[in-house]
Write a protein that binds this ligand. Structure first.
Ligand SMILES: Cc1cc2nc3c(=O)[nH]c(=O)nc-3n(C[C@H](O)[C@H](O)[C@H](O)COP(=O)(O)OP(=O)(O)OC[C@H]3O[C@@H](n4cnc5c(N)ncnc54)[C@H](O)[C@@H]3O)c2cc1C
Length: 399
């Protein structure tokens, strides 16, 4: 039997291991931490959003580059994931905004345990607490404690570089670069961005949400919500723009996003409500006629000068597009995901590292992006499944 070594024990590796044919390959999975799937469990802390419930076409769209991700997503879709989990006795439900979660009452650790039990039953060998160190001068894999693991095929699934405590430390980057493989810088994605709030504003509004808003940057407009933190802005609306904002912040000292506090109303509707109000004070009109909460009104005051605030036309324009300057991205270690990673032109259509025959790489360690909403896990799962499917179809004599 040919031997496969999987290095990394996160989402991408688990789905690969679940679908690789163990009648054909002897499979060993090495993970540097004491347990598998640490980031999977961290992801579950705020609700384990496994995938997004939508048509295949619109599932593929938010991935960047979608042409790269599309074949894997088509091979193992959101529906396939839901059906597979069902077979593992992990029923799912579609929450508000089409995010898919394990049914209420099922904890992330139970999902992980069911996947692990499935892998044990199909005779995947685990080497936990086993750290891959690089390649020796003969090109053999090196592990800590002088462990030797024979491999005909190696599948790397080492993750990105956020939440290092989970094992996704990005240390692998240099080892690949030393082999002549291009790795794009690892940067925070789906992350917070810094805003220079006024002292009074942040003291009064730290931790407050801005719900039912829309945020625009460049030619993108995202409806969703934001949270105000001491550092700046967080939340799905800004996460979804993080890749583009990061690209601008690489070149410039600041990036400006535009916040629409009333995306459900056109300018004409807003004007009609404003003009129809019997309130005498502007704050009264904003709260009673336009239904803006205290935080939204305070935010407007932060970003309007006195003249704009007292001039209805200018004020209404600002309500539809509050200009907010972003100074920097939050720390990489606190980001939900990482952009950058092994450059995609180093990878062939089967996730093989072109310069290294029989070496494959999947998951967040490749240079792709997806927003929150279950797209990240789905992307990793789809790559794991698709690679297993490909290797299952190989004539092993040729490996
Ligand atoms: C706070 C947070 C919340 C999230 N919520 C969601 C969500 O709800 N939905 C969603 O879709 N996504 C979510 N994500 C993102 C998602 O969890 C990741 O994109 C996904 O887990 C990446 O999977 P992966 O297999 O590529 O890497 P990882 O899951 O990071 O696994 C990589 C593994 O490789 C191991 N490893 C690294 N180096 C070595 C080495 N040298 N030797 C041996 N092992 C090594 C690591 O220890 C790690 O276990 C969230 C992420 C965070 C941080």
């Amino acid at each position: 039997m040919k031997k496969i070594t999987i290095i990394g024990g996160g989402a991408a590796a688990l789905l690969f291991a679940a679908h690789i044919d163990t009648a054909k390959y002897k499979v060993t999975l090495c993970e540097q931490k004491k347990t598998l799937g640490r980031k999977f469990l961290v992801a579950g802390e705020g609700g384990l959003n496994l995938t997004y419930n939508t048509s295949l076409e619109s599932l593929i769209k938010p991935y960047v580059p979608s042409e790269f991700m599309s074949p894997a997503l088509q091979r193992f879709t959101n529906k396939d994931l839901i059906n597979w989990l069902k077979k593992l006795n992990v029923p799912t439900f579609v929450g508000s905004s089409n995010r898919v979660f394990p049914e209420r009452g099922i904890k992330p650790i139970e999902v992980l345990n069911k996947i692990t039990a499935y892998l044990v039953a199909k005779d995947i060998q685990f080497r936990l607490n086993t750290q891959w160190l690089g390649w020796d001068k003969d090109g053999q894999l090196q592990f800590d404690k002088d462990q030797k693991i024979d491999s005909d095929i190696v599948v790397f699934a080492l993750g990105g570089a956020s939440w290092k405590v989970t094992g996704a430390d990005g240390v692998w980057k240099k080892k690949f670069e030393d082999k002549g493989i291009k790795v794009q810088p690892l940067r925070a994605a789906n992350c917070a961005f810094e805003v220079a709030w006024g002292k009074g504003f942040i003291e009064a509004h730290e931790g407050k949400p801005l719900k039912n808003i829309a945020l625009s940057f460049g030619n993108q407009l995202i409806k969703g919500e934001l949270n105000i933190s001491k550092f700046g802005l967080e939340g799905n609306a800004i996460y979804a723009l993080s890749r583009e904002i990061q690209d601008v912040l690489r070149l410039k000292k600041e990036a400006i996003v535009y916040l629409d506090l009333k995306p459900g109303l056109t300018m004409a509707q807003l004007k009609a409500k404003f003009n129809g109000s019997r309130q005498t004070k502007i704050t009264g009109v904003l709260s009673k006629a336009l239904n803006l909460d205290r935080t939204s009104i305070a935010l407007l005051k932060q970003f309007c000068d006195k003249y704009t605030f007292s001039n209805p036309d200018l004020l209404l324009q600002t309500i539809k597009a509050v200009p907010i300057k972003l100074k920097s991205a939050g720390p990489l270690d606190e980001a939900i995901s990482t952009i950058g990673g092994i450059a995609l032109d180093e990878i062939d259509s089967h996730f093989q590292v072109k310069k290294m025959p029989n070496v494959y790489a999947i998951g967040e360690m490749l240079d792709w992006y997806a927003p929150t909403g279950g797209y990240l896990l789905q992307g990793c799962f789809s790559m794991g499944y698709t690679l297993a499917d490909f290797l299952n179809g190989l004539n092993v004599e040729e490996v």
